[in-house]
Design a protein around this ligand. Structure first.
Ligand code: ADP
Ligand code: ZN
Length: 612
């Protein structure tokens, strides 16, 4: 296998990469990370989804003697992870609450007799004394702490059981630990290091850019229709995830899509666990299924060919948004992250924050998260630059987000801002009243509605002073004032109230720049795209071969009861369809075809290639 540095002898790690995984070379910082852990050192790895974190602990576990213990909260996915490793010829098992006594005993036996390379463990298992005793009796090569941000209370996936992981080092001081996460604000990063006692660890922070994902944020109008249009025009037949805030809207949206000819299944915590498991498994196994879900869905989903992630409601934080959208395009092919958001989202989220449990500091933290998310929505800058900046990284305007592709104009909104704030001021101070956006806009537009008459708002001096903007434009003004913290909402009805900064605008000491939405956000894919069922970057003559390979893969996956990607990823099938290997030796040179898969699937692939 070419393309490695010729003057160096292949390290054992590199040999494993070739032989077991069938890959040519390490990516990014993988080599340094693996060397650190193989050498017995601790590592803290921040790498975006799809960056290749798994190899960073799987290879050291194969190189070092003993069993690599992987702590992961993703019980539902452990079986798939083990299947994927088994397909590679790696000896793996898991211990979690889904197993019966007999199954658990088998795995424990394999662990004790040294017949495992990797053992996946749910964190709560470590609370059970017998598990700890079991671990004491075997030989552990390393601890991998996956989804390490779960230890952070600042973040969005906190799991109390993760706090116990700080004790690993006391109990097993000689076993190296590697903590991995795709979440990467400075705050979370620091918290992971402290809480896990990773005092000596080397930190590896990769670039968080996901260049193949196109970020788009549009004003919410009729979200289901908007979504349908997106799927019909750009993602027909693609697998994707649609996130909604509530169980109710998950159900409604899934039904709506199905009624409109798009196969979709719901996923939320209110469904019984069997239905949930079934829908998740269908999503992983089938090509082109859409899952409509609350954020309960998705952590650890390593389906490589998710082509879009759509949000129908505003995420609670930029971190959450980035994690969720990051589930698109792990395979590096063009993908879409699309979010529709409106004023009502802000009202709803503020309300949730106001009524949330926890102390004032906690609520303040939630408020800060929301503000950052709003700022991202209302930016006139490149979305990617803004996202990376949130994670403390720099970027250039990317050319692959909506603000780059269709730059919004920015305009001086000082006067409308003054009109709006002064309406809120007058209601509050002349009438001792608070109202939501709808009434405030009706006053500005001078509408004689029932409610206007009832409260005699047509007597206010501001009545009808805002006819230069349309209703939707006023909503935009309000959103931006909220995003800039010049206005806030409170209470059950989302009433508008001034903030300490509002006075600066009212007192003409501050200008307010605003974003004008492009009439219609035009879409454009970075790739040439075009055809319906696009197979990106595939020469025309290779397309039917690729389809044939996919059919073979689907049949094989079904027969073996594993997700299709466990057999080969799309990227590998594409390479095969382009190179048309005519022997097992040639097939073995293709990236993603390791020793074990060659032995297991080689003949099948060659037959599929030969078939008509
Ligand atoms: P993460 O866990 O960081 O989201 P994964 O470990 O799932 O990412 O890797 C993402 C994809 O990249 C997987 O399909 C994986 O097989 C592939 N990959 C990882 N490292 C390499 C490499 N060195 N060469 C080729 N492909 C790789
Ligand atoms: Zn951009």
């Amino acid at each position: 296998m070419a393309e490695t540095t010729p003057e160096l002898p292949d390290s054992e790690a590199l040999q494993v990469l070739h032989r077991v995984f069938g890959y040519d070379a390490f990516r990014g910082q993988q080599r340094d990370i693996i060397e650190t852990v193989v050498g017995g050192g601790d590592a803290l790895v921040l790498m975006p989804t799809g960056g290749g974190k798994s190899l960073c602990y799987q290879i050291p576990a194969l190189v070092r003697s003993g069993v690599g213990v992987v702590i992961s909260p993703l019980i539902a996915l452990m079986q798939d992870q083990v299947d994927a490793l088994t397909a590679l010829g790696v000896r793996a098992g898991f211990l979690n609450s889904t197993q019966d006594f007999e199954q658990r005993r088998e795995v424990e036996q394999a662990f004790l007799s040294g017949d495992l390379d990797l053992l996946y463990l749910a964190p709560e298992r470590l609370r059970v004394e017998s598990t700890v005793r079991l671990l004491d009796q075997g030989k552990i090569s390393l601890f991998a702490i996956d989804e390490a941000h779960c230890v952070s209370q600042w973040g969005h996936d906190f799991r109390p059981d993760y706090l116990m992981l700080s004790e690993l080092h006391e109990r097993w001081p000689d076993v190296p630990r590697i903590a991995l996460t795709a979440t990467a604000t400075e705050a979370t990063h620091a918290e992971i290091a402290t809480r896990l006692n990773l005092t000596e660890a080397k930190h590896f922070v990769a670039s968080f850019d996901r260049p193949n994902i196109q970020y788009r944020i549009v004003p919410k109008d009729n979200p289901q229709r908007q979504l349908l249009e997106l799927l019909r025009t750009e993602h027909e037949g693609d697998a994707g995830i649609v996130y909604c805030l509530s169980r109710n809207s998950v159900e409604k949206t899934a039904t709506f899509l199905t009624q409109n000819g798009i196969e979709a299944v719901p996923y939320h915590a209110g469904l019984d666990s069997r239905t949930r498991a079934k829908n998740q498994s269908r999503f992983l196994r089938e090509d082109g299924l859409v899952v409509v879900a609350t954020i309960a869905f998705g952590m650890g989903i390593d389906k490589p060919d998710v082509r879009f992630v759509a949000h129908l409601d505003l995420p609670k934080s930029v971190e959450g948004y980035y994690q969720e959208t990051g589930r698109a395009g792990r395979d590096g092919l063009p993908s879409t992250a699309w979010l529709a958001y409106g004023l009502q989202d802000v009202v709803q989220q503020r309300k949730m924050i106001d009524t949330s449990e926890g102390d004032a500091a906690h609520r303040r933290r939630l408020g800060t998260h929301l503000d950052a998310m709003l700022a991202l929505c209302e930016t006139v800058q490149c979305r990617r630059v803004q996202l990376l900046a949130y994670f403390g990284q720099q970027g250039e305007p990317c050319g692959n987000c909506d603000t780059c592709l269709t730059p919004p104009e920015s305009w001086d909104g000082t006067i409308p801002a003054q009109k709006l704030l002064s309406t809120v001021y007058r209601l509050q101070h002349e009438r001792n009243q608070k109202f939501g956006a709808g009434q405030v806009i009706d006053i500005l537009l001078g509408k004689q509605t029932e409610k206007v008459k009832q409260f005699r708002h047509d007597d206010l001096s501001v009545f009808g002073i805002g006819t230069e903007l349309k209703d939707t434009e006023w909503r935009g003004v309000i959103r931006q004032l909220l995003a800039q913290r010049l206005l806030t909402v409170e209470g059950d009805y989302g009433t508008l109230v001034l903030t300490p900064d509002s006075a600066e605008v009212l007192g003409r000491r501050r200008e307010v720049m605003m974003r004008r939405e492009p009439e219609r956000v035009t879409r454009s894919r970075s790739s040439s795209g075009g055809g319906k069922k696009k197979i990106v970057d595939l020469p025309a003559e290779a397309a039917p071969v690729f389809e044939r390979l996919r059919a073979w893969r689907a049949a094989t996956a079904k027969e073996q009861g594993v997700p299709a990607y466990v057999i080969f990823h799309d990227a590998t099938l594409r390479q095969i369809a382009t190179d048309l290997p005519s022997s097992l030796t040639e097939l073995g040179k293709i990236s993603g075809v390791g020793e074990n898969k060659l032995a297991k699937y080689g003949d099948g692939v060659l037959e599929a290639l030969a078939g008509e």
